[in-house]
Design a protein around this ligand. Structure first.
Ligand code: COA
Length: 222
């Protein structure tokens, strides 16, 4: 991890889908059915859904806001999408702005509840605070949209994800028997307290600050 590598979070767009599918397969290898390009396209047009990605910048010296790559680079980049980039170049699809996606998150706003539909970080970028950053962005968004709480389902065996959620105040609200189609595993339903409560907000702001301080030594969050 280079200290001056910059990462930013932004809303997911159609051009991200090849990398998003790659992250999804990496994170949920046994899941069935896998999302497809079309299912993500539909999600991006779903008014209830909000999807975000973490991008590593500077892949080819460009950062968003700087001039776009020249025509030849854009043409090369277009054709690179159709190659198995990992195999040929030891790297994944890079979009036209030179961004490499390292994590994804999505929610559905259902009445007054924000439901996390997916959260995943590339396996080679784990334990670097990116999962936490995605969760922070979602909790901030849900708060600003006046959601009462954030909720999700998680496999009973997925203790790593459960620890992340517990850190942010999620507790177990119930179970869904045989929820997962691949192995009929049960899901835990985890949920936050009321987002607007002073106790929740005070703990959340503290965690946010700790996260920024801890990781600003390793990379730049923008
Ligand atoms: C769950 C996931 C998103 C976490 O992402 P990450 O970037 O590795 O997590 P972070 O580095 O931000 O860790 C934040 C917290 O999560 C918990 N955590 C993450 N990885 C952990 C591990 N291997 N062991 C124990 N705790 C862990 C810790 O509480 C950690 O806080 P700490 O650093 O203060 O101990 C990532 O492991 C992943 O993509 N897993 C596969 C997909 C998945 O299971 N998604 C959840 C579906 S419900």
């Amino acid at each position: 991890m280079e200290q001056n590598t910059r990462y930013h979070i932004r809303r997911m767009k159609d051009g991200d889908i090849p990398q998003v599918l790659e992250i999804d397969k990496d994170a949920f290898p046994t899941q069935w059915p896998h999302p497809t390009t079309n299912s993500f396209r539909l999600e991006l047009r779903n008014k209830l859904a909000h999807y975000f990605v973490i991008c590593r910048e500077n892949e080819d010296g460009n950062t968003p806001g700087q001039p776009q790559p020249g025509r030849i680079k854009r043409i090369i980049s277009f054709f690179q999408r159709f190659l198995d980039h990992d195999r040929f170049f030891g790297n994944a699809y890079i979009n036209a702005s030179g961004e490499y996606l390292v994590g994804i998150v999505g929610i559905w706003m259902m009445v007054d509840e924000a439901h996390i539909t997916t959260i995943a970080v590339r396996s080679s970028y784990r334990r670097l605070g990116f999962g936490e950053w995605l969760l922070i962005v979602i909790i901030d968004l849900a708060t600003s949209l006046h959601a009462h709480s954030v909720t999700l389902e998680v496999r009973v065996s997925n203790t790593v994800a459960q620890l992340l959620y517990e850190k942010y105040g999620f507790t177990i609200a119930g179970t869904r028997k045989k929820y997962y189609q691949d192995n009929h595993e049960d899901a835990l339903i985890m949920t936050t307290d009321q987002l607007s409560s002073p106790v929740f907000q005070s703990r959340f702001q503290q965690l946010k600050e700790e996260h920024r301080t801890r990781w600003s030594h390793c990379y730049t969050l923008s």
